[in-house]
Each structure stands twice: as C-alpha cells, then as structure tokens.
Write a protein that binds this ligand. Structure first.
Ligand SMILES: *Cc1c(COP(=O)(O)O)cnc(C)c1O
Length: 501
C-alpha cells in the first residue's frame, strides 16, 4: 500500500516513509492510495477477538511494508494491560438504550490520544530502522493539552529520538500542565509558549517549512518529524476502536450484523472523526456522523454552510483540547469526499492561507450533508450536560465528552433519529476535575489539583485515574518558556546547536 499527497505534489511513498516524515514535505497530507475493505463477516468475527487482534487486522491492511511480527510486537507493547488496566482496552458503556460511550481514556495519560500515541512511536522507530537513517529524529509537537503528555509518554526513553513539546502557556489546565512539566525520560523537552494554540501550531508548522533551520539540523545529525494528528501513524490506530466497539455491540446483541450506527465525536483537529470516516469507507455500517464542536464552532458552521472561515476570535473554553480554528485533518476528508480532487484541495487551502476563508462547491456540500451533521455546545450547555448526565445516569462526563453528548441530544431532538449511536468519550473526568466539580455545583475555587481529584472521587464514587494519582506531589522539571516567534532558537538551544547568522 502506497501513500500519496492530498495536493498531488509528491511521489507515492510506503507507509514507513509517510510515518517517518509526518507531513508531505511539499505541503499536503499523506493518504492511502486506496482504502482497503473489510467484509461484514470479517467485522462480525471481531466480536470474538481481543482488541490487539482487531488492531492487527486493521493495521496489516494499511502498513503493508511492516512485517506481521513488527506489527504484533508494536501492538502488544502499546496496549499492554499495565498501560490499559481495563477489560479489553476500550470498554463500551451504555448510557441509554440507544447511546453507547466508547471509553478511550484508560491509557497512561487519561485521554484518548494515548490510543494512537502508545502505538505510533513504535511504528516510527521501526520506520527509522528500515530507512537506516544515521540521523537522530527530533519530534516537534504543538499541543492544546492532551497530545503533549500522551506524546511524551509514548516517546520517552525511545532510542534515537528527542521529543520537544510546545504548549500554549495559558491554554491548558493545571493538571494537563503538570502532566507535561513533571514528565521523566532522558529525551523529553517541554516549552510553554506565550500565545494560544493556533499561534503555537502555526509557529511549529513554520519551523517544519524553514529550510535554513532544517539544513542546520541536518549538518548536526538531526532531522525533524511530527507526532501531531496529521501523521498517518496517528490516524491508523484510531480506526481500530470503531471496529472493535461495533463488534462489541454485536456481541452484546445491541446490533445485528450489518446494522448501521451513528457516530458522535467531540472534535478539534478532525483526527478522531476522520478515523471513523475511514472505518466507514472500509465497510463499517454507518448511517450518520455527528461532528461536535465547542464555542470554537468553525467546523459546525462549515458543515452547515460549506464556508470554512477562520476570520474570527479564538475562544478559550472548558474543553481546551477542542480549542482549534484550523482543523488540519479536514483536508484529508475533503480529499476523499471530492473523489480525490487534488486541484480543489490546492485551491481551497491556498485561499485559506491567503484570505483565511474558502467555500466549497454545492455538489461537495451536498455529498457532505448526505452523511455528516455538525453542531456545537456552548459553555453553559456543556456544564448543564455534565450535571444532567450525573443526575440521570450516575455517569460523570468530562467536558469534551459532554460537548458531544449535548450535540447528540440536540440532534436527536431535532431529527427523531433513534439509530444506535456510538459516542467517543475522549477523557477521564478526573483529568478536568475542576470543571467537572464546578458543573456539579461543588465550586472548587482555591483548591489545588490534588484536592479537586479527591473531591471528585468522593462525589463520583469512582477511583482516581491511575495516571493522575500523586501528580500533586511531583515537582515540575521542565520550566522553559518562549515567545512564539522564538521557537527555532529554543530548539537549537535544546539540541545544543551553536550557530551564527
Ligand atoms: C484531542 C482531543 C479531542 C479532539 O480530537 P481531534 O482528533 O483533534 O478531533 C477531543 N477530546 C479530547 C479529550 C482530546 O484530547
């Protein structure tokens, strides 16, 4: 299986090269040349398989230049029962007769990014070995919170790689920040950036495109790569749980073979919902995708009007991992839904870059409307949904998952669509304990992170997520702060590269 560029501007590469390089060097994103198909019988058979076996079945379709052994080793190490100490990696929990939550947050950092970032670094290490590179890889990550700690956990202490994480200094929760700044590992670096996530992401993108910096690195034995959700190695592990969860519902007799489901995903960079869309293209029976945004509702507007317009204020919300104006993975979705029209993608993304807005044609919009609905939840609605779900179902939602539940409830009300629905639950409520306590009327002002965790434990009757226990006792070891136009200097300093301009 080869990978091509969404902008038709690069040669076809093997999966290992796509994973090693992250994004297409000439701009654009790598996508599989064709999408493999799984039969309904194949999907039914997953009901009797372990998560790791389903993962192998999906991965070997896409990563054909990896040996079966390489894939098995990577999968076993990633989804080990010490890292995901629950039955079958991704539990599926019924909230109502129609609504099922996929709990994607039982990994080492308590959010769904672990699903991809426990596996992807191992795929990347093997890709580097295959290429016999004699350079050390430098992973640059721009994070709105959850990616940072998950990437640090995934890459720490891996040989031949250094990981540098940039996060908006004022755009992440206390707990998220502590998870990053207290991380161990001899190859991990964390930098707080003055500005919001988009500033941070744009600055990192600019470095990836800066030939002078890249030359300087190359001369010193380093090469950049990315672990952001534009990397194909991030996406492919996310396809797995849509199949495993569907099979799980077959096993529970909630679904019959071939029955279509709705899928609801709280969305930021469009990675998770894109993985669901690939699963659909591979044969997963889906009736409708519901893309849920918070007050940064660029996507919700786009999905209803066909105009993608980022000329608006960036808002900081209580679901910070979805505070994004440019959803990078949307480009891959548009590539697929236009029947792989690289000319259109080039045109739209040129307009976005130059004017901050693009408008798709009516035909494409109609194709999107046939299968996608967008919606958003305000801050008030999100808090209310946390409170109501707690009262009605005795289930404690984190703010991101609550956005999705709220958008789903409004969709259901308007459409009367009672299709069985799978909703991506993307973080443990403990990761956002302060917001959850606020929603439940237990104002936590003045409490530190640890006290909030204890309080939420008492109220919810649940154990604190293992990733968050004892966090308050740790001292931050990473204290770097930089302005967003000085990130290249920061990187050179970290790598101890001396230079004169
Ligand atoms: C990253 C993240 C999201 C958004 O996922 P995308 O793949 O970026 O759309 C939602 N919820 C949580 C908790 C996250 O960490």
């Amino acid at each position: 299986m080869k990978y091509i560029s969404t902008r038709g501007n690069f040669r076809a590469v093997e999966a290992a090269e796509a994973i090693r390089t992250g994004m297409v060097p000439t701009g654009g994103l790598f996508v599989p040349e064709e999408i493999p198909v799984l039969s309904l019988t194949g999907i039914r058979e997953m009901a009797d398989k372990k998560y790791q076996e389903v993962a192998l079945q999906v991965l070997e379709k896409f990563l054909t230049d990896y040996s079966r052994e390489e894939l098995i080793d990577s999968i076993q190490a990633a989804y080990d029962s010490r890292k995901f100490p629950v039955e079958d990696v991704v539990p599926v929990v019924g909230l109502t007769e129609n609504l099922y939550l996929m709990e994607l947050w039982h990994g080492p950092t308590a959010a769904f990014k672990d699903m991809a970032l426990q596996l992807m670094p191992r795929l990347m290490m093997r890709a580097i070995k295959k290429a016999e590179l004699r350079k050390d890889i430098v992973i640059l990550v721009a994070t709105s919170g959850d990616t940072g700690s998950a990437a640090l956990e995934g890459f720490k202490n891996l040989e031949g790689v250094k990981i540098i994480v940039f996060y908006p200094a004022e755009g992440v929760s206390k707990i998220q920040e502590l998870q990053m700044t207290t991380i161990d590992g001899d190859n991990t670096y964390v930098v707080g950036v003055k500005g919001n996530f988009d500033d941070c992401q744009s600055a990192v993108k600019a470095i990836f495109a800066d030939q002078d910096v890249k030359d300087l690195l190359a001369a010193n034995g380093f090469q950049f790569s990315s672990a952001n959700s534009i990397n194909w190695g991030r996406l492919v592990p996310q396809i797995v749980y849509y199949f495993s969860s569907y099979a799980n519902l077959l096993k529970k007799d909630v679904l019959t073979e071939g029955e279509k489901i709705n899928i609801v995903v709280p969305t930021g960079n469009f990675g998770n919902i894109l993985a669901a869309y690939y699963a659909y293209k591979m044969g997963l029976p889906v009736n409708r995708f519901i893309c849920a945004s918070n007050d940064n509702n660029v996507l919700a507007d786009f999905l209803s009007t066909g105009t993608y317009d980022i000329r608006r204020d960036f808002k900081r919300t209580i679901s910070p991992s979805m505070d994004i104006l440019i959803s990078s993975n949307l480009e891959r979705f548009l590539f697929e839904i236009t029947g792989r029209d690289a000319d259109k993608i080039n045109k739209w993304y040129q307009e976005l870059k130059e004017e901050g807005v693009f408008e798709i044609d009516a035909r494409t919009l109609a194709d999107i409307h046939a299968i996608f609905t967008g919606g958003f939840a305000t801050e008030e609605e999100t808090l209310k949904t946390i409170r109501e779900s707690f009262d009605k179902y005795q289930y404690t939602l984190d703010p991101h998952t609550a956005v999705a539940v709220n958008v789903y409830e409004k969709y259901r009300e308007e459409s009367n669509d009672d299709t069985v629905t799978l909703l991506a639950s993307t973080a443990s409520p403990f990761k956002f304990a302060e917001t959850v306590l606020q929603a439940l009327g237990q104002i936590s002002a003045g409490k530190n992170g640890e006290e909030s965790l204890q309080e939420l434990k008492k109220i919810s009757g649940q154990e604190i997520h293992p990733a968050l226990r004892d966090l308050g006792d740790k001292e931050p070891v990473h204290k770097r702060v930089a302005s967003h136009d000085r990130l290249a200097d920061e990187i050179l300093d970290i790598l101890q590269i001396r230079y004169t301009l």
